[in-house]
Every structure is written in C-alpha cells, then in structure tokens.
Ligand binder design. Structure first.
Ligand code: SF4
Length: 392
C-alpha cells in the first residue's frame, strides 16, 4: 500500500476553492508574497470583486461538490467578520458547499479573539492555519511578526476553546540567531499544544525582501548548511516521535489530518483560485490571476475573468508531476508515468533515476520511487535531475 493511504481517504476525488486575501498589517522581513495594507473600503471592494469572480467562474468547477475551501493570504484574519460572512454566503450561492470536509482560514495569532473563533465556527470553518513561525520572542521580533510567543499560545488555546480542533501551525527554522536550543524549545512548545498539522519551512532569502537586502548589506548571514541540516533532523525526529507523519517535504500531520487542500495540488484535483495572484487548475488547465490587486480588480470590474490560461506542454506537465509527487512521502509511480506520458518520458525517468537509486538518494519499492529521507534537503537537486525539459 502506498504510505499515507492508511491515514484516511486521501486520494478521494474532490474539488476545491482557494481564495487569496492580499492584506497584511506589516511586512515580515522574509516575505515575497504580494500583500498591501488593509485599508477601509479597499477590503470591501476587493471582496466584492472576489464574489463577482466566483459568479463568473462557477462553471469551471462543473457542478462538482466542493470538498475543500481554503482562505489564505496575506492575512485573512484581518477581514471584518461581516465582510467574510458575505463572501462565504456568496460561495454558498455559487457552489455546492454541502459536502465540504475541510474549510480552512489562515490567521495571524494577533488577530484571534474568542468572538472571531465563534464567528468562524458559525460560518462552517473547521480548520485554522496559524502563522506562528517561532515560540521565541527574539526570533519573532527579528522577522518582524506582529505577535509574541505568549500571544501565539493564547491564540492557539482560544481556537481550541472555541471548538475548532483541527489546527495547523507554521514554524520556520534557519533564522539568523536561532540556535539548536531555541529550535528545540519551539518544537517542544508545539508538541505541548499538539496541533493536528505542522508546516515547517527553512528561512529563504528571496530577492526583493528586506531580509535579502540585509544579506546583501552584510547585516545578516545565512545559517550554515550543517546547522540547517541538524535543525531539519531534530524537527523530523521530534515530530515523528510524537506521532506525526512526514507526508510532504515541509508538512507533518497526525494520522488522518493530512491537508486535503495541499493534496489538491499533487493529485491534480480541480481547484478554483479566486482573488489577486490566485492559481487555479480547472478543466485540465492551469490559470493564473494577476498578482497586482489593481489589475485584478480592473479586469473583474469590466466583467472579464482576470485569469490567464497557461498552456502547458506535455514535458512541462511531466516535470510538474515529477516535482509535486517527489515532494511527498507517497513518491511517484513510474508505471503511472508510462501510462500517462508514454514511452519517451518513462524511459527518460528510468534512465535518470537509476544512478540516484544506486547512490541511495532515491528509494524504490516496486514501481514507486521516493526521495530517501537522508537526502530530503537535496530534493530540489534530485528532482531537477529527473526533469525532462530542464537542461543543466
Ligand atoms: S503575514 Fe504572511 S503574507 Fe503577510 S507579510 Fe507576513 S508572511 Fe507575508
């Protein structure tokens, strides 16, 4: 059996809705996502445009029952309850939400109050994804988060007390100044709270961010690879000892709590992305909304869908499948590749994967190939070797 199947109905066919809320109160130093200040009026107009877009594009889901709704950002918890409620009502009138199994909203701990949690619960939201990042105040200050550690714990407890038990938290490692001890501390606090799902990301230095500038100006230096690897190993160790399954490079879950929303991406399940910079995969095609809120709203106001279709070649589709699947613990089925993409792609895969298997970087079980746990931090390089269209 493919690992993960035992954790529930993971591969069931479902369609999803993703909504991007591009507002933030302040910019975290590492973030290169598109976000702007949440000004009164702009928020309402933007959500109005999202609702209009939902109406224009409802046919793309072909009357499928929606199984996942994910409101991400940005900071969706900045949305006034009344505005969010109107948006959810709009979705209910445009789509069949009667079978939604996972309805997630991303929150900043600083925004969470018992009243907000109660409002979420009444709207049918049953999962909260909380951007904690660290339980160490100095680290939170350094990356310019709004909350401190005590606020994060209080917010987590308020969500649980409010009756939403399916919580995911995000943590970051590799922060300048972070030590093995402080990383262990953050993991320990997380284990005490025991969220159903944890996403752990290594801090990355993206061009255009404040952090990137600090690096260029020699104000900070990147953590060395050896310490990052040790932090990664500590994280896997602590989480697996506590019963979490490492089902994707950056994602861990207690059994039965893999994110359905995440799985949409690698299972090629249809999902409709609404809002500025949202991506969609509907009717077998990828579509991208403009990242710029003004361009997005202008298109919607003119009554035309903002989404542009990306026509993918077979090679691009193959590359994407290899990348998405090899990031998961389920790996990739070479036989399935042969059926879907044909002989040249299959032969390419088999030829390129052999030396990786011989070197122990990829493990093989029947026709399933997975990146070996010891080499997971080298995933990007390994995946690159297996791609069809990418030349060195
Ligand atoms: S809250 Fe999230 S989206 Fe906003 S700046 Fe920070 S990391 Fe980026």
């Amino acid at each position: 059996m493919v690992p993960g199947l035992e954790s529930g109905n993971f591969f069931i066919n479902m369609s999803g809705i993703y909504v991007h809320i591009p507002f933030c109160k302040r910019k975290c130093i590492y973030c290169d996502f598109y976000s702007i200040a949440a000004r009164i009026g702009v928020v309402e107009d933007y959500v109005g445009a999202v609702c209009r877009e939902a109406g224009m594009r409802r046919a793309e889901l072909q009357d499928d029952a929606v199984k996942t709704v994910y409101i991400g950002g940005g900071t969706p918890s900045l949305l006034p309850v009344g505005v969010l409620c109107k948006m959810v009502d709009n979705f209910r009138s445009n789509f069949d939400l009667s079978q939604v199994e996972e309805f997630t909203i991303e929150v900043n701990p600083d925004d969470v109050t018992p009243a907000l949690v109660e409002a979420y619960r009444q709207m049918g939201i049953n999962r909260v994804s909380m951007g904690v990042q660290s339980f160490v105040d100095d680290e939170l200050k350094f990356i310019n988060r709004r909350h401190d550690a005590a606020r994060a714990v209080a917010a987590y407890e308020a969500v649980v007390d409010g009756g939403i038990n399916n919580i995911s938290i995000d943590l970051i490692y590799g922060i300048p100044g972070q030590t093995m001890q402080s990383w262990q501390y953050s993991l320990d606090v997380a284990m005490r709270l025991k969220p159903k799902h944890i996403s752990c990301y290594i801090l990355s230095y993206e061009e255009g961010t404040r952090l990137y500038k600090m690096l260029s100006d020699n104000i900070v230096s990147e953590m060395d690879d050896e310490t990052c690897l040790k932090m990664y190993e500590l994280m896997v160790d602590v989480l697996e000892k506590n019963g979490y399954e490492h089902y994707e490079i950056s994602n861990f879950a207690l059994p039965g709590f893999f994110s359905f929303h995440n799985s949409n991406y690698w299972n090629k399940t249809a999902y409709l992305g609404l809002g500025a910079s949202a991506h969609s995969y509907t009717c077998g095609m990828r579509r991208y909304n403009p990242g710029d809120i003004k361009a997005y709203m202008a298109a919607i106001c003119e009554g035309r869908p903002a989404a542009e279709i990306e026509v993918e070649s077979k090679g691009e589709k193959y590359d994407e499948e290899v990348m998405l699947r090899l990031r998961t613990s389920f790996g990739i089925d070479a036989e399935q590749l042969r059926i879907e993409y044909g002989e040249p792609y299959y032969s390419h895969f088999m030829r390129e994967v052999k030396p990786l298997v011989d070197a122990g970087r990829v493990v093989r079980e029947g026709s399933i190939y997975r990146i070996s746990r010891d080499y997971i931090l080298l995933s990007d390089f390994i995946i690159r070797e297996l791609m069809y269209g990418v030349e060195d």
